[in-house]
Design a protein around this ligand. Structure first.
Ligand code: FPP
Ligand code: MG
Length: 351
């Protein structure tokens, strides 16, 4: 990994986002990424090398699939959480590398499957695996990644990572299944939305932060606090992701916007908008939500006028406030500062 890979925010055109919410605050993002790089850049490089070893196959086709997946590599937030959490408890890289690599493999596996479920065409500016190789191959590639991660987990001398990550994977599946069952449900309530978010996204962030602490020898109570920290960060991340799906910039995001609405998935701003509308207004909104309506700009304007994007932003902020509270008892350290910065970063990103 080159240092520049950690600098996704070059000077940007202003986002279409109302009031600058969920926009990329370039300098802050850059500072965070540089800070993290200085602290755990080597750990992340080792993590990536380990992932390559874990995925290495004797079959050229499988190697071509796993190298194709590398173009979807993001900021490695989950491995960063493992490493920073470990360092916050005095841990060193070697113990955390194996776990961080496995966590990222599970994340990649979930993306392979997610893109099939969402019929997604692009991720990070490249054609998804399902577009490039077809659904069958994409599903099996996800299974392969998951099997490789399990193989490594059972080889560890500690049963806890296997237990924690099996449970997290189960939660990811539950979240996705819950999301499918809620598709096109215009009466979807906020509680169910948060349940989906906590399962499909926050569960893996939670596991990453908990495992980092455990690999550094933290006690159960300390690790549980890190798990709660990770869960809140993950929830804020997904709320931001859902808002970017409405207000984001396709070129910057590297994936089409409006995918959630196209798939009938109601996210927090829409839930808020529908809740505060009269039956007549709700009828109009329902029309705008139809996949064929192509009324993105009208909908964004309505969401803005109704304060629904601000509402979602505040909900994400509240998640981050709760996340930061979990760090209060940690002694001051560069890792603790970076964990706080990482939490803030999830609302400053634009991809
Ligand atoms: C992205 O959500 C998807 C997830 C956070 C989780 C996907 C999980 C599964 C498909 C279950 C299978 C799990 C395993 C472990 C194989 P999104 O679609 O809202 O975000 P996107 O815009 O990045 O696609
Ligand atoms: Mg998706």
């Amino acid at each position: 990994m080159k240092k520049t890979d950690f600098l996704p925010c070059s000077p940007l055109p202003s986002m279409a986002t109302p009031m600058g919410l969920f926009s990329c605050k370039t300098e802050q993002s850059r500072n965070f990424l540089n800070g993290v790089w200085a602290l755990i850049g080597d750990d992340l490089t080792q993590t990536e090398q380990r992932m390559q070893e874990m995925l290495s196959s004797r079959y050229a086709f499988i190697n071509s699939l796993t190298s194709y997946l590398e173009r979807f590599r993001g900021k490695m937030l989950r491995p960063a959480l493992v490493h920073l959490s470990a360092r916050a408890f005095g841990g060193e890289a070697p113990a955390a590398v194996e776990t961080a690599a496995v966590v990222e493999l599970i994340h990649w596996a979930s993306l392979c499957h997610d893109d099939v479920l969402d019929d997604a065409q692009a991720r990070r500016g490249a054609s998804t695996l399902n577009v490039r190789y077809g659904n069958h191959t994409a599903v099996l590639a996800g299974d392969f990644l998951l099997a490789c991660s399990t193989e490594r987990l059972v080889a560890l001398h500690d049963p806890r990572p296997l237990r924690i990550l099996t449970l997290a994977s189960r939660r990811l599946c539950e979240g996705e299944l819950l999301q499918i069952s809620a598709r096109h449900n215009e009466t979807l309530d906020e509680e169910t939305y948060f349940e989906i978010v906590n399962k499909k996204t926050a569960a893996l962030f939670a596991a990453a932060a908990e495992l980092g602490a455990l690999t550094a020898g933290a006690g159960e109570a300390e690790a549980a606090r890190m798990r709660v920290f990770g869960r809140h960060v993950g929830a804020a991340f997904q709320i931001a992701d859902d808002c970017l799906d409405i207000t984001g910039n396709e070129t910057l995001a590297g994936k089409p916007v409006g995918a959630d609405l196209k798939n009938g998935e109601l996210t927090l701003p829409i839930i808020h908008l529908l809740r505060g509308s009269t039956p007549m207004k709700r009828h109009e909104i329902r029309r705008l939500l139809r996949p064929e309506s192509a009324a993105g700009a009208v909908l964004t304007e309505l969401l803005e006028r109704n304060g629904s994007l601000t509402y979602a932003f505040n909900a994400a902020e509240e998640e981050l406030r709760r996340a930061r509270a979990e760090l209060a008892s940690l002694p001051a350290s560069a890792a603790k500062t970076a964990l706080t910065d990482l939490a803030d970063f999830v609302l400053q990103r634009n991809v």
